[in-house]
Structures are given as C-alpha cells and as structure tokens.
Design a protein. Structure first.
Length: 379
C-alpha cells in the first residue's frame, strides 16, 4: 500500500471520555463491533497510527483503541494485568502492530496475536501462549478428520456480564462434545461481557485458560481434553523454501538465533523455534529492517524487569524485541547463551540490566546505535 493511499489514523485517546470499568474485549451497548479479520486485519496492523495517552487507564484505553471505527481490532486483557494501570504513550505514524508492542512495553507487559485477537498479558506468558496455540494447531491437524473439524470449528464468541471462566470452558466442552478433565482447577472468577471475532475452538479455549497459566492436551482420540500447566519451553517446526535474496538473508539467522535448531538442505531451511522466533526469521528472510523507530537512546532509559529461570539467549532476544534493536550473537557465546538466569530489577540503567543478564554467563555486550552485540567477556 503506497504512502499516498494509506489513511493515517490519529487517535488522541486521552481526550476521550472515560468508559465504564470493564475488561476488553466487550460488547458495545448499541451493536456489536464488526471486527477486522483476515486480509483486512493484516492491512490494519500494517497501517500507521498515532496514539497519545496521558496517564490513561489501561482498560479504558484498550477499549477505545480496539473499537475505534478506523481500527476495529479485537483486544483481550489478561486477568493478571491491573486494568486500572495508568499508561503514558506517544507514538506517531507507526504501524499498528508496532504501536501495540510499544503500548505493551509502556505497561510492562507483552502482546501476541491469537488468531484475530491481540492478547495482552504478562511476559513471558504472551510468547509461550503464541507458541502453544501454534503447537496445538499442529497436533490437532494430525487427528482424525472429524475431530479436526470439531476442534477447529471457527465461530464468533460472546458472553454476558458476570460469566465465569469455568462456565465458559463448560460451554466449549459441550459445543465440541468433549469431556474436560480437572475443570475444577480453574479458579472462580467473574468476567465482564465480551464480544470476540471468529476464532477456532482451540484458540477460544486457550484464551480462557491463559489467565490461569493453563493450557490443554487432546486425549482419547479427541473425546477428552486434559488441562495442563502452560509449557515453559515449546517450539514448533516450520520449513522455508529459499528463493532469490532469501538465500543470502538466511545466513544471518545463525548469528541472530544461535541456540535455535535449524537444518539447511540446499534451498530448504527447516527450523524448530518459538513462534516469536519464526516471526523474526520471516522478517530476516524478507530482508525487512529489524531496527525500531524509537528515538530515545537506550542508555538514557530505565528498565524494570522480573524474569525467572530463563536462558540468557531467550531473555536477551526478548529484551531486544521490546527495545526494538537488532541483536547479534558472537559464535563463541553459543554455549553461554543456554545458562539459566533470574533477573529482578527496578528502574535500572541499560548497563545494569545487561550486566545482570550477562555476567552470570560470562558474557558482555557492545552497543552501537540500534545494534546490540553479545560476546564473551574474555577473549
């Protein structure tokens, strides 16, 4: 879409009137929002927006953004995030997808797309959820065709005020004619009314369970669903056929993601990685720039983080994505990137953050502009 034909949406949401205290997504009183899906959603995520929030309550801001007539992208706020959190945000002419990441960063949370829904939740839960839903789709694709049709059924989903997540799971079980084991492990909670765009059965169940750090497995040939803790580490396999410039661009992947398993045979690249890593690989292969638009120097910002039992490599990549910088790993650092660390910092400088993450693994860093290089502390 050319710059001259794109419509730039400017949203001064801080000036809009406050709405009732409800979680997003929600049902509009007058009529349901016609959410964007498919190609319309993709074009919207790529279209530039300008957003200004000044101490905006998170819940109200997300509602106004998601239901704005020029946006209409469904958004779901995890129950573990404070809906009254005050958020300051200022982005100008940034693609909506990047703007949502900036929003999440400002609220110290993560965001991922589950079907046509932007899910906001604590990190690293967002990354795990995105990969988990992809793994579930892959697992269900191998089941009997009748089961695939049943569990892959795509439907709009609405529920009324004061619905309980346990009852929502029971409704899904009845729809798919499956038995859900350990359903009482879902804590009692009361949710506001909601209106979601068409989602697969598995995505709908995943959205409800995510707030309890739960997922599920399909058992007994599709007749039963067992609730399980959300997997800590999971990957999905993707194959990439390299053509044209992609052949040269593929050489960068090993440096960017040294601890990701990949198998290259001629012009076929097979990678086992998280969904976030696959999205990065896609951008690299297409030759898209990885640098972000943020202008504030990294060493002039402060950082608050709480990350437990994560590998150094995974944590650095997550930080790099949030900071919108390109990260490069020295090949000599490959083994150290697997070291498990826990970091709990508040209002730390960039150097303090990097040392807390890298020192336990014997690593250091070099920052040049928007490129972060990770290398051994000693030659």
């Amino acid at each position: 879409m050319s710059q001259t034909t794109r419509r730039i949406v400017t949203l001064f949401l801080a000036a809009l009137p406050a709405l009732a205290a409800v979680l997003v997504p929600l049902r509009c009183p007058a009529q349901d929002v016609v959410w964007k899906t498919g190609p319309l959603l993709r074009r919207q995520l790529e279209s530039p927006v300008s957003i200004t929030w000044a101490s905006r309550p998170l819940r109200d801001g997300l509602h106004n953004l998601s239901t704005h007539p020029d946006i209409r992208v469904a958004m779901f706020l995890d129950r573990r995030i404070d809906p009254e959190l005050r958020v300051d945000l200022s982005v100008k002419d940034l693609p909506l997808e990047q703007a949502l990441r900036q929003l999440a960063k400002s609220a110290r949370m993560g965001v991922c797309m589950i079907g046509p829904v932007a899910y906001f939740g604590p990190e690293p839960a967002t990354g795990r959820l995105a990969t988990r839903t992809a793994a579930l789709d892959e697992a269900i694709s191998k089941l009997d065709p009748a089961v695939r049709r049943n569990l892959g059924a795509v439907r709009k989903w609405q529920w009324d005020e004061l619905a309980t997540p346990r009852d929502l799971v029971k409704q899904l079980a009845e729809e798919a004619s499956v038995e859900v084991e350990e359903i009482d492990s879902i804590q009692h909670d009361l949710w506001p009314a909601a209106d979601l765009p068409p989602l697969s059965w598995t995505d709908r169940l995943s959205l409800v369970l995510a707030g309890f750090d739960l997922s599920f497995e399909v058992t007994d040939g599709g007749a039963q669903v067992a609730l399980i803790p959300m997997p800590e580490a999971e990957t999905v396999r993707r194959s990439y056929r390299l053509v044209g410039e992609m052949v040269k661009n593929a050489d960068r992947i090993a440096a960017l993601l040294p601890d990701v398993q990949q198998d290259r045979r001629g012009n076929l690249l097979v990678v086992d990685a998280t969904l976030e890593q696959h999205e990065l690989i896609g951008r690299v292969l297409r030759g898209e720039p990885l640098e972000g638009a943020a202008a504030t120097p990294l060493d002039k910002q402060t950082y608050t983080i709480s990350a437990m039992n994560q590998s150094v490599g995974a944590l650095v990549r997550k930080l790099a994505e949030r900071m919108e910088v390109e990260v490069k790993f020295d090949r000599r650092a490959s083994a150290a990137l697997r070291v498990i660390v826990s970091v709990d910092l508040k209002d730390a400088s960039f150097d303090e953050l990097m040392r807390a993450v890298l020192d336990p693994a014997g690593l250091t860093y070099r920052l040049e502009g928007r490129t972060l290089e990770i290398l051994p502390a000693t030659p």
